[in-house]
Design a protein around this ligand. Structure first.
Ligand code: ADP
Ligand code: MG
Length: 255
């Protein structure tokens, strides 16, 4: 893999919480245009790895590189502005707001900043808000949620909340998205729709990293796949390769 093929990488990252080592010397590379999987038993460090890559957790060792730039010390919002966004294992919709409002609040210079925009931005701020509304409608139509645009986000099903979360990440027009368990709590039909949408986005040039327990989804979408166990990267390979690997079988079945 040549360096320019890699959009996002962790080099030997580790983190300790108190005396507990959640992640140790982990190196992963996300290829441009690929959907890279991350699997492993509960507590393996998968969400922690995504937290480090997205800027929520500062590693105690190692470095994170995005498009060749060392972003280890860059806060999450600055990474998002550069095109690196994420979704969370537990959906973070704002239940008190409508579906549409949830998307508008995800953009920089969103209408929630309207006072500032009105005082200092004027026409430019209004144009940005108008663009955000167009983008939000387009995304909601694509995932079949436009008819629920004015519904409270808290009224959505688990799967619809996951789709809303993905749309919020997409409002920033990312180049790379990290999805933490996009299929968890989602009904099988909707999982299929989420998978289709991810594939379409991939064809449009978006790169993905996906943490997921649903092995059908991993097998259908991801190559390569990293296997984590007890805070370490065990190996990387195709679905066929990792599912035949003794160490992987041991990590899932052994104690
Ligand atoms: P996974 O997503 O693979 O299930 P996590 O990355 O969430 O695992 O967690 C890995 C380990 O680190 C777990 O034992 C978890 O309890 C611990 N951990 C994660 N975040 C924290 C934190 N902020 N403080 C203390 N321990 C944490
Ligand atoms: Mg997790």
């Amino acid at each position: 893999m040549s360096l320019s093929d890699v959009v996002l990488a962790a080099h030997g990252v580790g983190v300790r919480f108190g005396g507990f080592t959640a992640l140790q010397d982990a190196s992963v590379a996300f290829r441009r245009g690929a959907i890279t999987g991350v699997v492993g038993p509960n507590g393996a460090g998968k969400s922690t790895l995504f937290n480090i890559l997205s800027g929520r957790v500062r590693p105690t060792s190692g470095a994170v590189l995005y498009k060749g730039e060392d972003i280890t010390r860059l806060p999450g919002h600055a990474r998002a502005r550069r095109g690196l966004t994420r979704t969370f294992q537990i959906s973070r919709e704002l239940g008190g707001l409508t579906v549409l409002e949830n998307l508008l609040l995800a953009t920089p210079g969103h209408p929630g900043e309207g006072l500032v925009g009105g005082l200092f931005g004027g026409r430019a701020a209004r144009a940005a808000e108008e663009q955000a509304r167009v983008d939000a409608r387009g995304l909601l139509e694509r995932v079949g949620l436009w008819r629920l645009a004015d519904a409270s986000a808290s009224a959505l099903s688990g799967g619809q909340k996951k789709l809303l979360e993905l749309c919020r990440a997409l409002m920033l027009r990312p180049e790379m998205i990290l999805l933490d368990e996009p299929a968890a709590g989602v009904n099988p039909v909707l999982i299929g729709e989420v998978a289709d949408f991810i594939r379409v986005l991939q064809s449009e040039g978006v790169s993905f990293g996906i943490v997921e327990h649903n092995m059908d989804l991993i097998a259908a979408l991801c190559d390569p796949i990293y296997v984590l166990a007890e805070g370490r990267v065990l190996l990387e390979g195709s679905f066929e390769a990792i599912s035949a690997n003794e160490a992987v079988i041991e990590a899932y079945l052994g104690g």
